[in-house]
Design a protein around this ligand. Structure first.
Ligand code: ADP
Ligand code: ZN
Ligand code: ZN
Length: 660
């Protein structure tokens, strides 16, 4: 009797065997209903064999095999196998998380129409600049696997390069996967793609889509009916029968890294996938990740550069550093910035004030007794939101009404300390009563629809001053924006996380890049108490390569990635002592000594030690050899699973950890 080997969405590193009346290898890749425990589950048939390692009599019969979808292909299985092995994630979880919810239901889904969306008439393609043409011609679709990094300053026309390459792939009958960090933030890109290829099926795949739409789009992509798939990180796992090109826009963006469940980097999985299929991949950014930059420097990736803005009228903004130690500030704002905004108002141009901290103030405090608004569940302060009079924890989401008096001593004179975007907005309204001010952060923009409305208002010239967080930094073209002011960036210079400077530089370069996109010249004013910091000097000089070289040298000296390879074991439990004891046991496992070139650090509490009432610790494993680390991790993981731990303790391993 044939035996089905079935992958299930369970946190177990194994497949499950079921007997089937009649089944052949032709069924590999189909979904199947199987009994499990007292209930039933939906799995995917990974193999069909003659026998099993288990006695056949013990195996239960499989249920119905679903045939509404063609079998998932072998290259999709190989991609999931790679991700499972590399990230130490159970194969079944990897495989099933790649399917839309509707396809994981037990009840056979009704067949839906898989029509791909069509759209508007084309806008014309501009003539390529010389540098753009060089970039487009460097990528040879017939040459097999090659990874290219497209380093282009903001506004240099990277998107135009993508569009030309997409055009070529479509002409060759191929599908293209275009990954973007957060689709919500880039409706303009989606519009440009649809407008350029009006007769081509373009579908988007991201988590904000309604379930039915996501399933419809996924089916269209899998059936090969949609030739362009525009998606966020999870879309990298979509089976695509004719995939011929992968493009990753803003490849440095942290949202390509999934931070829960299976912790994977969509960018790295994408490079593997391109390699597996023997196709080109293009990574684009104005501020590439140091990993990609190092790969380009060592010639593992081809490097393509766009030095100048594509629009011949536009130039890069002039960046000035304002030394705030010598200035009297009002609500944290310098007279120079106020004067700059005034000038823009008089000329009918837009200004943007960037402060990457939402809310009114980061904390509420009592000067009489020293009480501050702490979250009772996390090692964090509650942020004051005056707009709706709430104290809110940005980590666990819990919230309270703002107290009228100090909860400890009853003092009625309690104060907000520091400032966030709401406070800045209030103050700017007082200073510029005639100006139309728009605040853009996750409190004012909660959905894609709200964001589109907001962008339309900005484009339609309905705003004079924008106040906002990093939401404003990404990929937008605001033609009337000529002034960017940056406040409160210094704290990231000295953060404990060694990736913080890389992130801050990218963020500031991106937000600065919003200014002067059209014929109007842009200006950027950065307020700082550290005007001589190399990060700011590099921004003034628009010198990404110089700054990247400095950071890479530091990383090399310190033995940090990309010069070392890391995996983080994290444990969380109601008591820190339990978390740390567990990590200590993991650090003492004999399996460590059996592997060469593995360095295990001491367990420590995480930087944010308590989150939602759980105390969290971490343990770093490191090696100068990726293969050595990869060989070690599955053995370590298995040994860790054998450690006796309190029932409420949870642990996971993150490979290439992102936050420290
Ligand atoms: P990036 O993605 O590098 O930030 P974009 O692709 O958004 O840059 O291009 C910036 C602006 O330059 C856009 O308005 C775009 O239409 C325009 N542009 C791009 N390529 C060209 C070109 N070859 N000639 C003229 N304008 C161009
Ligand atoms: Zn008090
Ligand atoms: Zn909290």
């Amino acid at each position: 009797m044939p035996v089905l080997r079935v992958a299930l969405d369970l946190p177990l590193h194994r497949l499950f065997d079921y007997v089937a009346e009649a089944a052949s290898t032709a069924e590999i890749g189909l979904r199947v209903r199987v009994p499990f425990g007292r209930g039933e589950r939906l799995g995917v048939i990974v193999d069909v064999q003659d026998g099993s390692d288990w006695p056949l009599a013990q195996l239960k019969p499989a249920g119905e095999i679903l045939r509404d979808l063609p079998p998932l292909p072998a290259d999709f299985f190989r991609l999931c196998e790679f991700a499972s092995a590399y990230y130490q994630a159970p194969f079944g979880e990897v495989l099933l998380q790649a399917l839309p919810v509707g396809l994981k239901r037990l009840d056979p889904p009704t067949r839906r129409n898989t029509r791909a969306a069509k759209s508007t008439p084309p806008v014309a393609a501009p003539e390529l600049t010389e540098e753009q043409a060089v970039a487009v011609n460097a990528i040879d679709p017939a040459a097999g696997f090659a990874a290219h990094l497209l380093h282009g300053v903001t506004g240099s026309g990277k998107t135009e390069v993508y569009l030309r390459l997409i055009e070529r792939a479509l002409a060759a009958g191929q599908q293209v996967l275009l990954l973007v960090p957060e689709i919500n933030l880039t409706p303009q890109l989606e519009g440009r793609v649809r407008a350029r290829f009006p007769d081509t099926g373009v579908v988007s795949l991201h988590s904000e889509l309604a379930e039915a739409a996501r399933e419809r789009n996924w089916r269209a992509a899998f059936a090969g009916e949609a030739s362009i798939v525009l998606g966020t990180r999870l879309a990298i796992f979509t089976p695509l029968p004719r995939l011929g090109l992968i493009v990753i826009d803003e490849e440095h963006d942290p949202s390509f890294k999934q931070q829960d469940g299976m912790r994977y980097s969509a960018r790295d999985v994408a490079v593997f996938r391109a390699h597996q299929l023997g196709i080109p991949i293009l990574l684009g950014s104005a501020t590439p990740s140091l990993e990609s930059w190092a790969n380009a420097q060592s010639k593992r990736y081809g490097l393509l550069t766009l030095h100048e803005r594509a629009n011949p009228e536009a130039s890069l903004p002039a960046v000035h550093v304002l030394d705030t130690r010598k200035m009297a500030l009002q609500e944290g704002v310098s007279a120079a910035l106020v004067a700059g905004i005034k000038e823009r108002l008089a000329r009918g141009e837009q200004s943007l004030v960037f402060l990457n901290r939402r809310g009114y103030a980061p904390v509420l405090a009592c000067p009489a007794c020293g009480w501050i608004s702490r979250c009772t569940r996390c090692a964090a302060n509650m942020v004051l939101h005056l707009a709706d009079r709430r104290l809110r924890c940005h980590h666990c989401g819990c919230e309270h009404r703002v107290p009228k008096a100090c909860p400890t001593c009853g003092n009625q004179d309690i104060h907000p300390f520091g400032r966030g975007t709401q406070r800045l907005e209030d103050w700017l309204k007082e200073q510029f009563p005639e100006a139309r001010i728009l605040r853009v952060d996750r409190d004012s923009v909660k959905s894609r629809k709200q964001w589109e409305v907001m962008l339309e208002r900005i484009h339609g010239g309905e705003a004079d001053i924008l106040v906002g967080t990093q939401m404003l930094a990404k990929g937008h073209d605001f033609p009337k924006l000529t002034l960017v002011g940056v406040l409160g960036a210094d704290s990231a210079l000295f953060a404990a996380d060694w990736r913080a400077p890389e992130r801050l530089f990218a963020q500031l370069m991106q937000v600065a890049g919003r200014a002067g996109r059209a014929e109007l010249k842009g200006e950027v004013l950065i307020q700082t108490e550290y005007p001589d910091h190399p990060l700011y000097a590099a921004l003034v000089a628009h010198d990404y390569p110089g700054f990247a070289a400095t950071l890479l040298k530091e990383r090399e000296q310190a033995g940090f990635p990309p010069y070392a390879f890391q995996a983080m074991l994290r444990a969380e439990a109601p008591e820190m002592a339990d978390s740390i004891a567990f990590l200590q046991a993991a650090a003492a496992l004999p399996v460590i000594a059996e592997h060469e070139n593995i360095l295990i650090y001491d367990p420590i509490p995480m930087k944010m030690a308590r989150l939602a009432n759980l105390e969290r610790g971490q343990l770093l494993a490191e090696s100068y050899s990726r293969p050595a680390l990869q060989a070690f991790l599955p053995c370590w993981r298995e040994a860790i699973a054998g450690i006796k731990a309190p029932s409420k303790l949870r642990w996971h391993i993150e490979v290439d950890p992102f936050e420290f």
